[in-house]
Design a binder for this molecule. Sequence first.
Ligand code: FES
Ligand code: MG
Length: 599
Amino acid sequence: MSDPTHAGKPAAPQKTLRSRAWFDNPDNPDMTALYLERYLNFGLTREELQSGKPIIGIAQTGSDLSPCNRHHLVLAERIRDGIRAAGGIPMEFPVHPIQETGKRPTAALDRNLAYLGLVEVLYGYPLDGVVLTIGCDKTTPACLMAAATVNIPAIALSVGPMLNGWFRGERTGSGTIVWRARQMMAAGEIDYQGFVELVASSAPSTGYCNTMGTATTMNSLTEVLGMQLPGSAAIPAPYRERQQAAFETGKRIVEMVEQDIKPSDILTRDAFLNAIAVNSAIGGSTNAPIHLNAIARHVGVELSVDDWQTHGYEIPLLVNLQPAGEYLGEDYHHAGGVPAVVSQLISRGLIREDAMNVNGRTIGENCRDKPILDERVIRPFDSPLKEKAGFVVLRGNLFGSAIMKTSVISEEFRERYLSNPDDPDAFEGKVVVFDGPEDYHHRIDDPDLGVDAYTILVMRGTGPIGYPGGAEVVNMRPPAHLIKQGVHSLPCIGDGRQSGTSGSPSILNAAPEAAAGGGLALLKSGDRIRIDLKTGAADMLVPEEELQARRAALEADGGYRYPASQTPWQEIQRGMVEQLDEGMVLKPAVKYQRVAQTF
Ligand code: FES
Ligand code: MG
């Protein structure tokens, strides 16, 4: 068993490497010979495989189908150099591709599939440690979840964000520009050609989304969790420091195998609470609770959706990145990246400083003295962009829980919906309900819908079961006629997710979803609902007897209807997936913990 306190001290006495069971087992010459011979056929030597050098996997998430992570194909060369330099042997292998924007019906469907595949590889092959190549949204949690389950020494390497996007002298950020372009096209300011040109300007190089979307969020939080080298998360993909970080990561994983530092030594509850605090300070994605709760479930750490409000709500927004702010990934790196943000929180006692990093030191030791290098991009704790930037957890007869990112509530939104001096934290309105994104796209501009500036838009049928994987569709633009009148957003509520690149103050991740019998299934267009951000109450203003009658009628009708599965995996996952508040994990998977230790 490992002792986390030995980290950073001289290497513990060499323990038997896991890979020896394959490559050097004199008690079983038959199998040893069989395991060994095929790995020699491309030029590895017996001496290499039998000399006690750690075998290090490189879990490759980049491919032509995964452009956000494709630069890992290049970085892998420097990871290999680092592994070799430290005395290990690299073995690269592919991870099931997950491309956030390219995968239909949604990339989130594939997070658990990639997780399952990676667990099997890490468990079943002669690997002593692994480098997880992370980046695009779901690649990060898929890799960390698998490393948590198997629990062999693991270190993550971010591919890094793209360079800043520019259009006519202004920064254009991934995803965020799409919301803006949609409004401009709906208002007739640009046409189809102009739309595509504007959006494409935001992707000027290799790397992941340059906004504070789910990718930058999850890569930052992976550093805070301690699973990648300090200061490495924010380095843009094409920078030379990114390649240098790849080399250092390769070197470090070999030392981690020697010191037997495993994910369970790093992914402690303290580490997760640090990540929750930093998520507020960076203005992180509403997908973060789903993914972090999933990683916690797989490593066996208690973490609930309420922890996000308890430990995150009061933390101010310090990072001025789109969509909440102005800047982009390169600016974040130049301003000091994750260590500068952590250091600000440390100065207020908001970080559990003893949590360990893969480099063998604590987060306190790594970050305590790290300065902000550009205060326009990372604000000092005393002059934040917003106070109380965390998530609020809401509950009521609409759902068991849902979250809202209050830091992105705009002035326009506040004035229209939260301006009652007697009740400044609550709003109430009539709903229009959509069953899935197709229904929404089909009807939103229909004048008969009667959407006005005070309507609340509801999207249901978009949770892990209803829309397999959970769709990023809760933030809905208002009808074009309202946008022309200057109404840029309406309150949105739903059982799906929202892109981290969207600046909408939606109420999302509602659990249980309509397809799992949640209250949203009972809602009808024309009902009134009331949301109180202070008490966290979210209710349909429909009498209880009426709700009971609706539930009985729905059940008699066979329950809430959703489209049939189109692939085997959609059906398999639908049969065993947990709700968004529980991390959308596969129910049977979470009981398998630290499985490599059973060897
Ligand atoms: Fe891959 Fe944003 S789409 S990182
Ligand atoms: Mg996304």
